[in-house]
Each structure stands twice: as structure tokens, then as C-alpha cells.
Design a protein around this ligand. Structure first.
Ligand SMILES: O=C(O)c1ccccc1NCC(=O)[C@H](O)[C@H](O)COP(=O)(O)O
Length: 210
């Protein structure tokens, strides 16, 4: 079975429809104003409705306050909340108690120490998304991490790989890491925040999903 594929940073109904038609299993909506992929809550709720039950919808938040998190989750009602900042296991566990959504934690993978530190998320996160370390933005940077860090690692939480994936390198990333889920944003864009559906199709083809 090919890995699951999350196409992140969608912002229009047309790209949501196309990603689903092309075989994505997950889509991501970024609610973080500094991002070129930011969608306000009204747009996010409409895109979530548009996706219906055809694909799992993740809402991405970065160090959002309790109030913003509550408003976002009740407006959008995502299948998944993906936290991309310095959120603690306690914060994730509290969100998990409040909403019937999966809770994912993105982690910038710098070195073997990061793999030790993520053990604190056992029982709190439903999935760890290994990404490149934060740069100007905490995600969507188009940068890879050193995939060999995951070689031989015994995962104790469901997981996936993100960061700098493209149609040209995703097959190698899967072969090297054994990722059960891959996530892409800038590698399938023609400009920051503008998805290129030919690149999305090529990515899904490279993974074996279309
Ligand atoms: O995509 C963004 O702009 C973004 C901004 C702030 C936090 C997270 C963000 N994206 C998170 C994702 O899940 C991306 O798909 C992931 O970081 C990989 O991005 P890329 O390297 O561009 O494929």
C-alpha cells in the first residue's frame, strides 16, 4: 500500500477538489497569518465543508492562544489539528480531551536528540510529522532534513515525513525512511501559496497514488 499523502497549504475550492480527485488522502489548511498559505476561519470552514468526508482535513495552528484555538476548532471542525509551534504535550492532551479530532505535532528534526525529546508526546500526539527545523516560518519552508536520522529509529508514535519534498525526491524519501505518510507544500507550488496541480499530480504519481 503506498504511503498516505497530505497536500498542505490549500486555499481554494478548486485545489481542494483537484487534490482529492488526484488521490490525496489528507489536505492541510494553514491558519497562521504570517504564512503565504494562511486562510481565515471563514475560508477554512468553507474548504472543510467542500472536502466533506472525501479526505481527512488538517487545520494547522502555530502557538495559538486558547481562545484562537477554541474559535478555530469550533468554526472549522477539522479531522486533525496539526500543531506547528512550541506546543507542549499537556496542551495537545487538553485539546484532545476537548475535540473529537486527531492531534498531530510537527517537529523540526535536527539531530538524534530530537528523536529522544519527542518521546514526551507519547499518549498526547496521534502522529508526529518530522519536518525541517523552523526557519523564517515554522513550516512550509521547502527545506529537507537529514533523512538518514530516521534510519533504524524505532517509532513509538505514528509518524510522517515533511520538508522539502518534491515529485523528484519523494520516492527516495520513502525508500530511505519508510515513511507511512508524506506531506508536501512548497514542492507542489508555482509560487508561495499557489498550488500547481500538475506538480500535485506528479507528486501523487511518484508516491503511487495516481
Ligand atoms: O505551509 C506553511 O506556510 C506553514 C506555515 C506555518 C506552519 C506550518 C506551515 N506548513 C506546514 C506543513 O505541513 C508543510 O506541508 C510542511 O512544513 C512541509 O512544507 P514544505 O517544505 O514546503 O513542503
Amino acid at each position: 500500500m503506498p504511503p498516505l499523502v497530505k497536500i498542505c497549504g490549500l486555499s481554494t475550492p478548486e485545489t481542494v477538489d483537484a487534490a482529492i480527485r488526484l488521490g490525496a488522502t489528507h489536505i492541510g489548511l494553514v491558519h497562521y497569518e504570517p504564512s503565504p498559505r494562511h486562510v481565515d476561519l471563514k475560508t477554512a470552514a468553507a474548504l472543510r465543508q467542500r472536502a466533506g468526508g472525501r479526505v481527512k482535513v488538517a487545520l494547522l495552528l502555530v502557538n495559538a492562544s486558547q481562545q484562537v484555538t477554541g474559535e478555530a476548532l469550533s468554526a472549522v471542525r477539522p479531522d486533525i489539528v496539526q500543531f506547528h509551534g512550541n506546543e507542549t504535550p499537556q496542551w495537545l492532551a487538553a485539546v484532545k480531551r476537548l475535540v473529537p479530532a486527531e492531534v498531530w505535532k510537527a517537529v523540526g528534526l535536527k539531530d538524534a536528540g530530537t528523536l529522544e525529546r519527542i518521546r514526551q508526546f507519547e499518549g498526547a500526539a496521534d502522529r508526529i510529522l518530522f519536518d525541517a527545523p523552523a526557519a523564517a516560518l515554522p513550516g512550509g519552508t521547502g527545506t529537507r532534513f537529514d533523512w538518514s536520522l530516521l534510519k533504524g529509529h524505532r517509532h513509538t508514535i505514528d509518524w510522517g515525513v515533511a520538508g522539502g519534498l518534491t515529485p523528484a525526491n519523494v520516492a527516495q524519501a520513502i525508500a530511505e525512511t519508510g515513511a507511512p505518510l508524506v506531506d508536501v507544500s512548497s514542492g507542489v507550488e508555482s509560487a508561495p501559496g499557489v498550488k500547481d496541480m500538475d506538480k500535485v499530480a506528479a507528486f501523487l504519481k511518484a508516491v503511487g497514488r495516481c
